[in-house]
Design a protein around this ligand. Structure first.
Ligand code: MN
Length: 204
């Protein structure tokens, strides 16, 4: 087994009332676990690929054999994105970031409010399933972008700092079709310490 489900660093109900325990449990034990299982199934015939890190596999999809490219993109992307996503949230999170990430946001978006507005617009604008991201572009600027399905910013040479899953499976039980309410709630659980750490790792 090349890839494994990483431990969830908090209880399923830790993000209540913003993200409900049932959604967290299903999302982690069914959806994320499913991506891991299907990725491992797809790579069984490729022992050389099984040895690589998920970052390596996703950072240049064109290098992969065509027969597994789509599976790595979808299942591998799902594994990678969710592994980041759990860490980017915490109990008693939210607020405005300080530190280097706070400065970066002010440099590239002028104000935290302007960044938040742009991020919300991107998250609301994803047609169907996907993600909204705060990333570093190849020049080191902070940018907001969205990806479809389980596509990841690292496949486009962008480093994710913060990401939000806007697949319906991430919010439908509590928020039904009201994605905007889910996005508004999610700002209360962001783990800015982790975002700061992601920025530090990306720029060291
Ligand atoms: Mn998801």
């Amino acid at each position: 087994m090349a890839f494994t489900l990483p431990p969830l660093p908090y209880a399923y109900d830790a993000l209540e009332p913003y993200i409900d325990a049932q959604t967290m449990e299903i999302h982690y034990t069914k959806h994320h676990e499913g991506y891991v299982t299907k990725l491992n199934d797809a790579l069984k015939a490729y022992p050389d690929l099984e040895k690589k890190s998920i970052d390596e596999l996703l950072s240049d999809l064109s290098k992969l054999p065509e027969a597994v490219r789509m599976a790595v993109r979808n299942q591998g992307g799902g594994h990678y994105n969710h592994s980041l996503f759990w860490l980017m949230m915490r109990h008693n999170g939210g607020g405005e970031p300080r530190g280097a990430i706070g400065e970066l946001i002010k440099k590239n978006f002028d104000t935290f409010g302007a960044f938040q507005k742009e991020f919300n617009t991107k998250a609301a604008g994803v047609f169907g399933s996907g993600w909204a991201w705060l990333c570093l572009d190849p020049q080191g600027n902070a940018v907001v972008l969205s990806t479809h399905n389980q596509d990841t910013p690292i496949s486009e040479r962008h480093t994710p700092l913060l990401g939000l899953d806007v697949w319906e499976h991430a919010y439908y039980l509590k928020y039904q079709n009201k994605r905007v309410s889910y996005v508004d709630a999610w700002w209360h659980v962001i783990n800015w310490d982790q975002v700061e750490e992601n920025f530090r790792m990306a720029t060291k």
